[in-house]
Design a protein around this ligand. Structure first.
Ligand SMILES: NC(=O)c1ccc[n+]([C@@H]2O[C@H](COP(=O)([O-])OP(=O)(O)OC[C@H]3O[C@@H](n4cnc5c(N)ncnc54)[C@H](OP(=O)(O)O)[C@@H]3O)[C@@H](O)[C@H]2O)c1
Length: 249
């Protein structure tokens, strides 16, 4: 039986992806910063593991607990929408520590195992915002664009070792906790200088209007991750959700 290890399973895409793989008969190592057994169905194919991707000890312990895995899905991430000038240094670093360095660290922790086995799949969940530059998303977009470029190079480096690497690029999904989690972080920023207010109101209005049509659903991302993991002929970059697919086209 095949096993997938997924980061950030407490909500949103990660939670749906864990459910999806369980439904397909896979073993799932669902990782969360605060494991909650009530979120996923009871199954002897499910292992809940505590993991904070920004904490090296936590990564070491989680990878040891997970044992042998066939696929790693780097899904954990946090967002930010606001003027770059208004962003604190700790917030900026936290976004990169989670979205970018957290992804690097997880891959480094699992690569020796994949290399020894001569097989393995790594899927990095980034974002469709990397396909279209938008104001107020500079740092978040940069943190994900770095993972895109990294993934494209890594795929070439690992292909001769039998290890496949892919990207899933979701569109905007209001149904997850992404917006609320970003708001918690953004609350630390305080009021932006007045010169940014008109742009902020305009962008927020556009985001809310788009959210109302729910362009990407968590299920779209779960299915895209499934395809990226199980289909050896899957393209390296896989948009998920109708807005992401339209952008990619
Ligand atoms: N929703 C969107 O519109 C959208 C669009 C494109 C891409 N994405 C990307 O898709 C991924 C999943 O987002 P989502 O929409 O499902 O948001 P979500 O509901 O907020 O889920 C994010 C997950 O990441 C976890 N996480 C955050 N920091 C972590 C850390 N340091 N260590 C381990 N886990 C951590 C969260 O855990 P806690 O519960 O502990 O905070 C949560 O389980 C993210 O990488 C995001 O950037 C989202």
């Amino acid at each position: 039986m095949k096993t997938v290890m997924i980061t950030g399973c407490s909500s949103g895409f990660g939670l749906d992806t864990a459910r999806y793989f369980l439904d397909q008969g896979w073993s799932v190592t669902a990782t969360m910063r605060v494991p909650d057994a009530g979120l996923l169905p009871v199954s002897d194919r499910l292992r809940l593991v505590r993991l904070d991707v920004t904490d090296p000890d936590s990564i070491r312990q989680a990878v040891a607990e997970a044992g042998e895995v066939d696929a790693l899905v780097n899904n954990a991430g946090i967002g930010w929408l606001g003027p770059f000038e208004n962003m604190s240094e700790p917030a900026l670093r936290r976004i990169f520590e989670t979205n970018t360095f957290g992804t690097f660290a997880m891959i480094r922790a699992l690569l020796p195992q994949f290399r020894a086995a001569g097989k393995g799949v790594i899927v990095n969940v980034t974002s469709s915002v990397t396909m279209l530059p938008l104001p107020l998303l500079s740092v978040y977009t940069a943190s994900k664009a770095a993972v895109n470029s990294f993934t494209e190079c890594l795929a070439m480096e690992l292909q001769p070792l039998g290890i496949r690497v892919a990207l899933v690029l979701p569109g905007q999904a209001p149904a997850t906790r992404f917006g609320a989690n970003a708001m918690d972080l953004m609350a630390s920023a305080g009021e932006a200088p007045g010169e940014y207010q008109a742009l902020t109101a305009k962008v927020m209005g556009e985001v809310m209007a788009k959210a109302a049509s729910e362009p990407t659903r968590p299920g779209d991302v779960a299915q895209a991750v499934w395809r990226a993991v199980t289909d050896p002929d899957c393209p390296l970059r896989l948009p998920a959700g109708r807005d992401a697919e339209a952008l990619a086209a």
